[in-house]
Design a protein. Structure first.
Length: 134
C-alpha cells in the first residue's frame, strides 16, 4: 500500500471516531426516575414548583441554592445547585437541568432557563447558568 492510502484510511478512521464520540456524548432529556438509574450526567426538563420553598441565603452560603422541580412525567424532586440563584428565576416557564441524582436530590451543574421575553409574547429568551460561572 502507498503512504497516501494509509494516511487516507487513518483520516477516515479518525473522522468516524469523532462522529461516534459526538453522538455518544449527546444526551436526550430524561425524567427524575431515569436520572436515579443513571450514574452519568443527564438532562432533565421540568417546571419550577412555586408552592415549595426555594432556599438561597447569600449571607450564609452564596454557593447553595435549592428548589423543587416537577419533570414532564409529573414527578417532583428537590434540586441543589452549587451556585448563585439566577436572576428572574421565578419567571422561568421551563427549566433544563444538567446533573445527576445523589440520593433523593438532583444535584445540578447547569441550569438553563426558558423565560418569557420582555419584549414580545412570541419569543422565548433562554439563559444558561453554570456552577463554575457562579
Amino acid at each position: 500500500m502507498k503512504k497516501s492510502h494509509i494516511i487516507g484510511i487513518i483520516v477516515i478512521a479518525l473522522a468516524i471516531g469523532a462522529i461516534v464520540t459526538t453522538f455518544a456524548d449527546s444526551s436526550t432529556y430524561a425524567s427524575f426516575a431515569e436520572a436515579k438509574e443513571s450514574s452519568s450526567e443527564i438532562h432533565v426538563v421540568g417546571k419550577l414548583v412555586m408552592e415549595k420553598e426555594m432556599v438561597y441565603d447569600p449571607v450564609k452560603d452564596a454557593n447553595y441554592f435549592s428548589f423543587y422541580v416537577r419533570d414532564e412525567k409529573g414527578v417532583e424532586c428537590k434540586v441543589v445547585f452549587p451556585g448563585t440563584k439566577p436572576q428572574d428565576f421565578e419567571r422561568s416557564e421551563q427549566i433544563v437541568l444538567t446533573g445527576k441524582m445523589e440520593g433523593s436530590e438532583f444535584h445540578a451543574s447547569k441550569i438553563l432557563m426558558k423565560c418569557p421575553s420582555k419584549y414580545t409574547n412570541d419569543e422565548v429568551e433562554t439563559k444558561e447558568f453554570s456552577a463554575q460561572e457562579s
